[in-house]
Design a protein around this ligand. Structure first.
Ligand code: NAD
Length: 384
């Protein structure tokens, strides 16, 4: 949180100092609790990062819990288009701070218009990600945005330009970069402990087909029009945007998402990118195939896929859906079962780096001391 803090805190301090110092001094009560000034080891209220949460489903609430546990920030507002999720979020925040201060919003534009909010956590469905993030960034908020970043390359580029223009702190929700095992695996790969990388296998669960087509009433207290937002209108169908992870179907409908190739695939792809370092620089050629089964229900993203990336460095990367899942449910696409699948059947998803012999995949026990990641990956070192 310290990084996120730096820009906002100095602005707020400056603002308070230049505009209100004299008036505040005159108005101060005789006794101020040490905690209010941050002298009892806490961060004083004026120096905390004020956070607004946009999208309070299971992931938003989970992320919000992490913000609540940080002493140098304070969640001050929550926004959702479903009243039940909104009330759950508000109750959680108020119970945590033991007050009634958390404000609620149905329209994130009202939340980002608040000048006292420094940063936004955005965990809406994917089709809203970039629009909500742009609104926040253009209102000078720092942003934590859930994965996947966007549903098109162009959207991502527009957001990047806005971030550079506004000079905001931005973090993209690929939390595996904070997990010890992944970092150690990347450390090994980037420091040459596997030799020269030739091939990185990446896989993620396939997207299920199906999803009820039965049109049902929109659950009460849900603003379905606002949920759809930039997506084409479709009548509400059962579980289309339910918060229940097992039944929720929007994760696999192309109006709102790219399916699990991006929704889950971003995690192992991101680790592959991190571990490969400059081996992924330069031009890349990509070819891909997928099976789409829209006839089976509202879900219409690729149920299984395979792709081939060829990088200028000679590195190849074939993102694939999880072997076991594909075999069990749909059979495979054209590619015959690669040999590495047989060594990876107990790993639900992930990247696996290979050279000619030997492999590394992140299955490390937690608790190990992490070595420092070297600035420049070395490709010729011996591991001891
Ligand atoms: N990092 C991870 O490992 C991880 C895991 C699960 C989900 N996610 C991501 O988190 C995001 C949320 O996932 P989820 O499973 O909680 O989805 P969800 O549909 O259950 O929750 C999203 C919430 O956003 C709300 N919402 C929709 N439109 C909104 C708008 N315009 N303004 C404010 N709120 C709006 C919905 O009403 C809902 O409560 C997705 O982008 C998903 O890909 C990330």
């Amino acid at each position: 949180m310290k990084e996120l803090h730096s820009i906002s805190r100095s602005n707020r301090r400056q603002f308070l100092w230049t505009t209100g110092a004299a008036a505040m001094a005159a108005a101060l009560p005789t006794f101020i609790p040490a905690s209010a000034l941050g002298r009892d080891g806490t961060v004083s209220p004026g120096n905390r990062i004020a956070v607004g949460v946009i999208g309070c489903g299971p992931q938003g609430l989970g992320d919000m819990g992490n913000f609540l546990s940080q002493k140098d920030c304070q969640v001050v507002a929550v926004c959702d288009v479903k009243n039940d999720q909104l009330e759950r979020a508000r109750a959680t925040v108020n119970a945590h701070y033991q007050n009634q201060d958390c404000r609620i919003y149905h329209d994130f534009r009202e939340l980002v218009a608040r000048r006292d909010i420094d940063a936004c956590l955005i965990a809406t469905p994917d089709h809203w990600h970039v629009l909500a993030a742009l609104a926040a960034v253009n209102a000078n908020k720092d942003v934590y945005l859930e994965k996947p970043l966007a549903i098109s390359l162009e959207e991502g580029q527009v957001l990047r330009a806005a971030l550079q223009r506004q000079k905001r702190v931005f973090q993209f929700g690929t939390q595996q970069r904070s997990a010890r095992g992944f970092r150690v695996a990347c450390e090994l790969a980037r420091n040459g402990c596997l030799g020269l990388l030739r091939h990185i296998n990446v896989w993620a669960p396939g997207s299920p087909p199906g999803g009820s087509r039965a049109v049902t009433p929109v659950p009460s207290g849900w603003d379905y029009d606002r949920w759809l937002g930039p997506a084409p209108f479709e009548p509400y169908t059962q579980d289309r945007c339910s918060a229940d992870g097992l039944k929720k179907t929007w994760w696999f409908i192309s109006d709102y998402t790219l399916g699990f190739i991006a929704g889950w695939g971003i995690h192992p792809m991101d680790i592959a990118l991190w571990g490969a370092g400059d081996l992924m620089d330069g031009t890349v050629t990509v070819e891909g195939r997928g099976n789409f089964r829209p006839a089976e229900g509202v879900c219409d993203t690729a149920t299984i896929w395979e792709a081939d990336y060829q990088f200028a460095s000679g590195l190849t990367l074939p993102p694939d859906c999880q072997p076991r899942h594909c075999f069990r449910r749909h059979g495979r696409l054209g590619r015959s079962q690669p040999e590495w699948c047989s060594t990876s059947t107990r790993i639900p998803h992930g990247p696996q780096s290979r050279r000619l012999q030997g492999q590394a995949h992140p299955q490390f026990k937690s608790g190990a001391q992490l070595p420092r990641l070297r600035e420049e990956p070395r490709r010729d070192c011996q591991c001891h």
